[in-house]
Design a protein. Sequence first.
Length: 126
Amino acid sequence: MVRESELITGIAVRGDGRGRLLGFPTANLKLDDESQRPADGVYACRVKLEEKLYKGALHVGPRPTFAGAVPTVEVHILDFPDRDLYDTMISFQPAVRLRDIMKFASADELQEALARDCAMAASALR
Protein backbone atom coordinates (compact mmCIF):
# COMPACT_ATOMS: atom_id res chain seq x y z
CA MET A 1 0.00 0.00 0.00
CA VAL A 2 1.20 3.51 -0.75
CA ARG A 3 1.25 5.97 2.14
CA GLU A 4 0.72 9.63 1.27
CA SER A 5 3.71 10.59 3.43
CA GLU A 6 6.01 8.42 1.29
CA LEU A 7 4.99 9.95 -2.03
CA ILE A 8 7.23 12.33 -3.96
CA THR A 9 5.21 14.94 -5.82
CA GLY A 10 5.90 17.05 -8.87
CA ILE A 11 4.20 18.80 -11.72
CA ALA A 12 4.40 17.45 -15.26
CA VAL A 13 6.41 19.79 -17.48
CA ARG A 14 7.31 19.77 -21.16
CA GLY A 15 10.28 17.56 -22.06
CA ASP A 16 12.06 16.74 -25.31
CA GLY A 17 9.37 14.27 -26.45
CA ARG A 18 11.90 11.47 -26.98
CA GLY A 19 9.99 8.97 -24.82
CA ARG A 20 6.89 9.37 -26.95
CA LEU A 21 8.93 8.96 -30.16
CA LEU A 22 10.38 5.72 -28.76
CA GLY A 23 6.92 4.39 -27.84
CA PHE A 24 7.27 5.07 -24.11
CA PRO A 25 5.72 8.47 -23.37
CA THR A 26 6.86 9.93 -20.08
CA ALA A 27 5.73 12.64 -17.73
CA ASN A 28 8.76 14.83 -16.99
CA LEU A 29 8.43 16.07 -13.43
CA LYS A 30 9.53 19.25 -11.71
CA LEU A 31 9.62 18.09 -8.10
CA ASP A 32 7.98 20.10 -5.33
CA ASP A 33 10.96 19.31 -3.10
CA GLU A 34 14.27 18.51 -4.85
CA SER A 35 15.64 17.10 -1.58
CA GLN A 36 13.29 14.12 -2.12
CA ARG A 37 14.80 13.32 -5.52
CA PRO A 38 15.80 9.63 -5.60
CA ALA A 39 19.35 8.59 -6.51
CA ASP A 40 20.06 8.35 -10.24
CA GLY A 41 18.80 5.15 -11.80
CA VAL A 42 15.78 3.35 -13.23
CA TYR A 43 13.07 2.17 -10.85
CA ALA A 44 9.79 0.32 -10.72
CA CYS A 45 7.45 2.76 -9.02
CA ARG A 46 3.91 3.33 -7.92
CA VAL A 47 2.24 6.40 -9.40
CA LYS A 48 -0.70 8.36 -8.03
CA LEU A 49 -2.52 10.37 -10.65
CA GLU A 50 -6.02 11.80 -10.42
CA GLU A 51 -6.67 9.83 -7.19
CA LYS A 52 -5.85 6.49 -8.87
CA LEU A 53 -2.80 4.27 -8.41
CA TYR A 54 -0.80 2.95 -11.37
CA LYS A 55 2.41 1.04 -11.96
CA GLY A 56 5.27 2.88 -13.57
CA ALA A 57 8.89 2.87 -14.70
CA LEU A 58 10.85 5.84 -13.37
CA HIS A 59 14.06 7.36 -14.76
CA VAL A 60 16.09 9.71 -12.57
CA GLY A 61 19.25 11.40 -13.77
CA PRO A 62 21.27 11.99 -16.91
CA ARG A 63 20.36 10.71 -20.37
CA PRO A 64 23.78 9.87 -21.81
CA THR A 65 22.47 8.30 -25.02
CA PHE A 66 21.56 11.78 -26.29
CA ALA A 67 24.30 14.42 -26.38
CA GLY A 68 23.36 17.58 -24.53
CA ALA A 69 20.29 16.07 -22.85
CA VAL A 70 19.73 17.51 -19.39
CA PRO A 71 19.09 15.19 -16.41
CA THR A 72 15.44 14.47 -15.69
CA VAL A 73 12.96 12.84 -13.36
CA GLU A 74 10.44 11.16 -15.65
CA VAL A 75 7.91 8.42 -15.32
CA HIS A 76 6.28 6.15 -17.89
CA ILE A 77 2.92 5.08 -16.48
CA LEU A 78 2.17 1.49 -17.43
CA ASP A 79 -1.27 0.69 -18.89
CA PHE A 80 -2.13 4.37 -19.16
CA PRO A 81 -3.28 6.08 -22.35
CA ASP A 82 -0.83 8.46 -24.00
CA ARG A 83 -2.34 11.85 -23.28
CA ASP A 84 -1.26 15.35 -22.38
CA LEU A 85 -0.41 15.54 -18.68
CA TYR A 86 1.32 18.94 -18.72
CA ASP A 87 0.65 20.97 -15.56
CA THR A 88 -0.82 17.91 -13.82
CA MET A 89 0.29 17.07 -10.28
CA ILE A 90 1.74 13.54 -10.20
CA SER A 91 3.01 11.65 -7.17
CA PHE A 92 5.24 8.60 -7.18
CA GLN A 93 6.99 6.20 -4.85
CA PRO A 94 10.06 4.31 -6.05
CA ALA A 95 9.60 0.65 -5.11
CA VAL A 96 12.45 -1.33 -6.67
CA ARG A 97 15.68 -0.11 -8.26
CA LEU A 98 15.98 -1.88 -11.62
CA ARG A 99 19.32 -0.66 -12.98
CA ASP A 100 21.91 2.08 -13.25
CA ILE A 101 21.83 4.79 -15.89
CA MET A 102 23.41 3.51 -19.11
CA LYS A 103 24.52 4.95 -22.42
CA PHE A 104 23.15 3.04 -25.40
CA ALA A 105 24.75 2.91 -28.85
CA SER A 106 21.49 3.82 -30.60
CA ALA A 107 17.89 4.84 -30.05
CA ASP A 108 16.91 1.28 -31.06
CA GLU A 109 19.02 -0.20 -28.24
CA LEU A 110 17.49 2.29 -25.81
CA GLN A 111 14.00 1.33 -27.01
CA GLU A 112 14.77 -2.35 -26.34
CA ALA A 113 16.05 -1.49 -22.85
CA LEU A 114 12.91 0.55 -22.13
CA ALA A 115 10.74 -2.43 -23.08
CA ARG A 116 12.74 -4.62 -20.67
CA ASP A 117 12.54 -1.96 -17.95
CA CYS A 118 8.76 -1.76 -18.26
CA ALA A 119 8.40 -5.55 -18.18
CA MET A 120 10.60 -5.75 -15.06
CA ALA A 121 8.67 -2.90 -13.42
CA ALA A 122 5.34 -4.62 -14.06
CA SER A 123 6.68 -7.87 -12.65
CA ALA A 124 8.23 -6.22 -9.58
CA LEU A 125 5.00 -4.43 -8.73
CA ARG A 126 2.68 -7.47 -8.87
